[in-house]
Design a protein around this ligand. Structure first.
Ligand code: GTP
Ligand code: MG
Length: 399
């Protein structure tokens, strides 16, 4: 007789260690919006009931397997998938079909590639460990192409909650060798960034700082008088704003205020501006924010500051990518979003890079690192074009 869905899922959860269960709960939260706050203290039996309630008996096993796979428990996922496939076959044979899944949801049999994916990636990415090392070496050995500057200054700008602080934390985590949360991040109001922060990253405990500085800012808001003030952005780009300046949405930084640097050196100016945009919400971005971004882009262009778009939350935007990050460049949805960002902001597609930040993970993940490192490499290359332009201007002035 067929084993009930409840028993199968419960048995699979009961086989997990405490650490695996904890990772399962976190992943269940990020993949399927069964909040960690709900399951944190629940028994495996209660969690099983939640999963069945949310996905019905038809899909509960496949969705559980999907979470297993996302936390690298491939054997356990395989066992459940076999069971889910058998049930799928049985239900099709009986003519009941599979009608309960969402159109955008992951396919129920995750042993196969989702059919929605493009056959070929639209951008080539090397996912091997050697590439990760190569990218890390590039960043560690990077030297700004200008003698007066020893660290490239990269500014992160974006709407509230787009993932600016998480992006910095994720980059820092890679070089620390474990997941860290130096910059406060999160969705609670007390976790919003309200200060201008400049962060250095060390490649390990006893090592010196890496050749870049990341500047984290308050988020942009659509309403005038809240969020980062547009005039403050100009001050930051020119290097006038000091570390730990507390933003005031109503009044921009004044030359006589504490926190104002009167004579910024070249190293204090921004050498690359990174727009951090949430891939899962880009289509919902209000027009006012698109206009603000266009104004910032105009300011940056006038100052010759090159710009990059880092698109975060690709895992939230596309369920196939949530299951397997390597599908990011084969996801039609992500490609369309990149194209829409390019069109709305007027940024070339080569300057738009999707990433997933570390949020609830306890350990580093190879593919996550690769995308983040590509993004940082791109930012440093763009900073180099800033120095090149400055040197050319200097040459022309001397002529
Ligand atoms: N799933 C997922 N969640 C993310 C990702 N990046 C950030 N988040 C989550 O998004 C929320 C906001 O992230 P923050 O890094 O605080 O965003 P922020 O842009 O610094 O926000 P403000 O400081 O308020 O402007 C947090 O709950 C993060 O865990 C991502 O790539 N994937
Ligand atoms: Mg922040």
């Amino acid at each position: 007789m067929e084993e009930p869905v409840y028993d199968l899922i419960l048995a699979a959860l009961d086989d997990l260690s405490a650490d695996q269960i904890n990772r399962f709960k976190h992943k269940l939260s990020s993949l399927h919006k069964i909040g960690y706050g709900l399951t944190e203290r629940e028994s495996n039996a209660d969690i099983t009931v939640r999963i069945i309630r949310k996905f019905t008996k038809t899909h509960a096993i496949a969705r559980t397997a999907q979470v297993f796979r996302a936390i690298e428990l491939h054997d356990q996922a395989g066992d459940l998938d076999t069971e889910a496939n058998a049930r799928q076959g049985a239900s099709s044979a009986a003519g009941t079909g599979n009608t309960g899944g969402s159109a955008a949801g992951p396919s129920s049999t995750q042993t196969e590639e989702p059919r929605r994916l493009m056959a070929k990636p639209w951008r080539t990415v090397q996912w091997d460990p050697e590439k990760r090392e190569e990218l890390m070496d590039f960043i560690k050995n990077y030297k700004p192409a200008m003698d007066q500057v020893c660290q490239a200054r990269v500014l992160l700008i974006g709407t509230v909650g787009s993932g600016k602080s998480s992006f910095f934390n994720s980059i820092s985590s890679i070089f620390q060798g474990h997941v860290t949360h130096q910059a406060t991040s999160g969705s609670d109001s007390y976790k919003l960034t309200t200060q201008f922060r400049t962060y250095q990253v060390k490649a390990g405990r006893d090592r010196g700082p890496l050749p870049f500085i990341m500047c984290d800012t308050m988020g942009l808001e659509r309403v005038c008088g809240s969020g980062l003030h547009m005039e403050d952005i100009t001050s930051i780009l020119k290097g006038h704003v000091m570390d730990r300046y507390e933003f005031n949405s109503a009044v921009p930084l004044q030359p006589d205020s504490p926190g104002y640097r009167r004579s910024p050196a070249l190293g204090h100016r921004v050498h690359c501006l990174v727009y951090v945009l949430d891939a899962s919400r880009f289509s919902l971005m209000p027009n006012d924010i698109v206009m603000k971004l266009a104004t910032i882009r105009h300011k940056a262009n006038m100052m010759g500051v090159p710009q990059l778009v880092v698109m975060t939350k690709v895992d939230e935007a596309c369920p196939d990518v949530a299951v397997e990050l390597k599908y990011v460049y084969r996801s039609r949805y992500i490609k369309k979003t990149v194209e829409a960002v390019g069109e709305h902001l007027g940024v070339p597609l080569s300057c738009i890079v999707p990433v997933k930040c570390y949020t609830q993970e306890l350990d580093l993940e190879h593919s996550t690192d690769i995308l983040l490192l590509y993004a940082l490499q791109q930012a440093l290359r763009l900073a180099d074009s800033y120095y090149d332009n400055l040197s050319q201007e200097g040459d022309e002035d001397r002529e």
